[in-house]
Ligand binder design. Structure first.
Ligand code: CUA
Length: 340
């Protein structure tokens, strides 16, 4: 009996842990794809309770019989008390068909590509060790053209409009997953995957990389921020424009020397096109809530820690220590905060 109790405790702990893992939004859908997935999950859950109830009832029945002592071996049972073919037919063939056919039909329907309602907004998402490069069409446009612009680690979308994510990778396989909006999509080098997401309510939806991609994998977070159509257009116009700070010659030189080889600061620094191919676009980095793909809050202290000890904050990331003195750190912490 103690063994049974231990097993029950273990099963309960497993169930609680499993459900806690889903606690970040899969059961609280805020987008069309996620709603469909949640509906399918609940259908599977309720249907699976039927065989579980039957099996538990059978076990209980056996246990009660054993307690009462009227246990018989097969040889002792009369032929008409043995399970007959009908029981095997119902339990082994008919019941599984009745339970699994609806699951199969709904699974195929859910997995099918969703048809577009209205024109989708294209957003290109490139996975990198260990952050997200995001490219948007120019203000007012839906498709990615020559005047598209980059941002990082946040995806801003209009509410109620389909967004076509074009997912790619610059290095290894990553996976984009925002449970409240939709299922996962892999980002694979040399391949273009597409996922159509649609947020039904304004808000901030947390996501993460869902494919082990190296040392910094657990700190590869992303957030999708859904705005009203009007707010989104305002955000896009500002984000597409140049940085809004006026740098003096000294600040300009500091940024371009220390950060410029890997990062872009649009509109402020005239430097060769080689800029910006390795790290996130920093033109409006001050408006983001986090740095380093969710690794550290974008506060004064956060920025100082990130610049002085990138490997301590997020082991394995590709940002090098560039040998700044205390004055330069202060200046850059100030500047990055102003880049809104
Ligand atoms: Cu990128 Cu895990």
């Amino acid at each position: 009996m103690t063994k049974l109790r231990q097993l029950t405790a273990l099963a309960t702990a497993g169930l609680v842990a499993g459900l806690a893992g889903c606690g970040d939004g899969a059961f609280d859908p805020a987008g069309r794809g996620a709603s469909e997935i949640a509906d399918l999950w609940w259908l599977m859950f309720w249907l699976s309770l039927i065989p579980i109830a039957i099996v538990l009832a059978a076990i209980a029945w056996i246990m009660i019989r054993r307690r009462r002592g009227n246990v018989t071996t097969r040889a002792e049972t009369k032929p008409d008390e043995r399970p007959d073919r009908r029981t095997i037919l119902i339990g082994g063939i008919i019941l599984p068909i009745v339970l699994l056919v609806p699951v199969a039909v709904f699974t195929v329907a859910t997995a099918k590509d969703r048809e577009a309602d209205g024109e989708a907004l294209e957003i290109e998402l490139t996975g990198r060790q260990f952050w997200w490069d995001v490219r948007y069409p120019a203000p007012g446009q839906n498709a990615l053209g020559r005047d598209s612009f980059r941002s990082a680690n946040e995806i801003h979308v209009p509410v109620g409009r389909p967004v076509e994510l074009i997912a790619e990778s610059a290095d290894v396989i990553h996976s984009f997953w925002v449970p409240q909006l939709d299922g996962k999509i892999d980002l694979i080098p040399g391949r273009e995957n597409r996922l159509r997401i649609e947020a039904s309510e304004p808000g901030t939806y947390e996501g993460r990389c869902a494919e082990f991609c190296g040392l910094g994998h657990t700190m590869m977070r992303i957030r999708v921020i859904a705005h009203s159509e009007e707010e989104f257009e305002q955000w896009r116009t500002r984000e597409a424009g140049p940085a809004l700070v006026d740098l003096d010659a000294e600040g300009r030189e500091l940024f371009s020397d220390r950060c410029g080889p890997c990062h872009v600061l649009r509109g402020q620094i005239e430097r060769p096109v080689a800029q910006g191919t390795l790290g996130p676009d920093l033109t409006h980095v001050g408006s983001r809530d986090f740095l380093a793909a969710g690794a550290i809050p974008n506060t004064r202290e956060g920025r100082a820690r990130w610049i002085t000890d990138p490997q301590g904050v997020k082991p394995g990331n590709l940002m090098p220590w560039v040998g700044l003195d205390a004055g330069e750190v202060d200046e850059l912490v100030e500047l990055i905060g102003e880049l809104e």
